[in-house]
Design a protein around this ligand. Structure first.
Ligand code: ATR
Length: 280
């Protein structure tokens, strides 16, 4: 880096004003003494290609890509990591000359939060995932890599759950069902909410029979107050009900590592970010 030039990063989404990524990356940069700037970039879908190209052409070093662009941006990269290919989505771009490298750090972010921060044992675990959209697709492979006993995907639209189960069934034990059939299936160690219902202010008929006194419930979404799912999980007697703040910080740390080659400490940043927020 030449003197006086600060490396530029940012998060592209639509809308994006609520994003905590700038705060997280600024805290990482301070902690690791990296000189960089990180911007919020509100880009509507029709302008995604132009905005990405322009960011790279004007010297930008890397981007986080968030909702609703994670699947679309796959078409704009010159090379993609295996984990991004499996997820069918990219959340991290690295600009290298004329090339754009795409990666996806969401899965590893969830795994670190579950295993290192929360202490969930995934090997031989029974896991229920609610929802069968992009978020679910991004977490199946990393969860299967931890060798659970089974993953059940329950979805309002059964065909989408079946399609995902079919896609990943060669990699491990994954099956599909409707919300109302969850009860007939195993006692779950972990229930993950990967629907977008809470974000839209909706509360689906989550299957309460999935929760046992030892069950950990994890919402990929997060909020300043408990999400509808987090609330529901606590009310129905889950051992723990956790929102995805930790995943957010862990996926950011992995992106930061990809860009800067330095791995920041996540615990103090998670603490700083969520001070005054009930984590479940
Ligand atoms: P994506 O673009 O990633 O597919 P999405 O369309 O917002 O995201 O949906 C994500 C998941 O949330 C889907 O599994 C969706 O269920 P359907 O496949 O049946 O549409 C689920 N979802 C969203 N709102 C829901 C609600 N009110 N009740 C139940 N499931 C819901």
């Amino acid at each position: 880096m030449s003197e006086g030039v600060v490396d530029r990063y940012g998060v592209m989404g639509y809308p994006v004003s609520h994003s905590r990524s700038p705060v997280i990356h600024r805290l990482f940069a301070l902690q690791t003494k990296q000189n960089l700037q990180y911007e919020l970039l509100q880009v509507p879908p029709a302008q995604l290609e132009k905005a990405v190209e322009q960011f790279g052409r004007t010297g930008g070093k890397g981007l986080n890509i968030t909702v609703p662009h994670k699947s679309e941006v796959v078409h704009l990269v010159s090379e993609m990591s295996d984990r991004a290919t499996k997820a069918g989505a990219v959340n991290t771009l690295v600009f290298r000359g004329n090339d754009i490298y795409g990666d996806n750090t969401d899965g590893v972010g969830l795994m670190r939060d579950l295993q290192a921060n929360i202490g969930v044992r995934l090997q031989d675990a029974t896991i229920l995932i609610l929802g069968a959209g992009g978020a679910t697709r991004g977490i199946i492979s990393p969860l299967l890599a931890a060798e659970p006993q089974t993953i059940v995907i329950a979805n309002r639209t059964i065909e989408k759950a079946q399609a995902l189960a079919g896609r990943f069934s060669a990699d491990g034990p994954v099956v599909a069902c409707k919300f109302k059939d969850v009860g007939a299936l195993p006692v779950y160690d972990l229930v993950i909410n990967a629907t977008s219902a809470g974000v839209k202010g909706e509360t689906p008929p989550y299957p309460a029979e999935a929760i046992h006194p030892h069950t950990v419930c994890y919402d990929l979404s997060y909020g300043l107050t408990p999400t509808p799912f987090a609330h529901w999980a606590a009310e129905n007697g889950a051992a723990r009900s956790v929102m995805g703040w930790g995943m957010l910080v862990e996926q950011a740390a992995e992106s930061f590592f990809i860009w800067r080659g330095v791995r920041p400490e996540t615990k103090p940043v998670l603490k700083q970010l969520t001070v005054n927020i009930p984590l479940s």
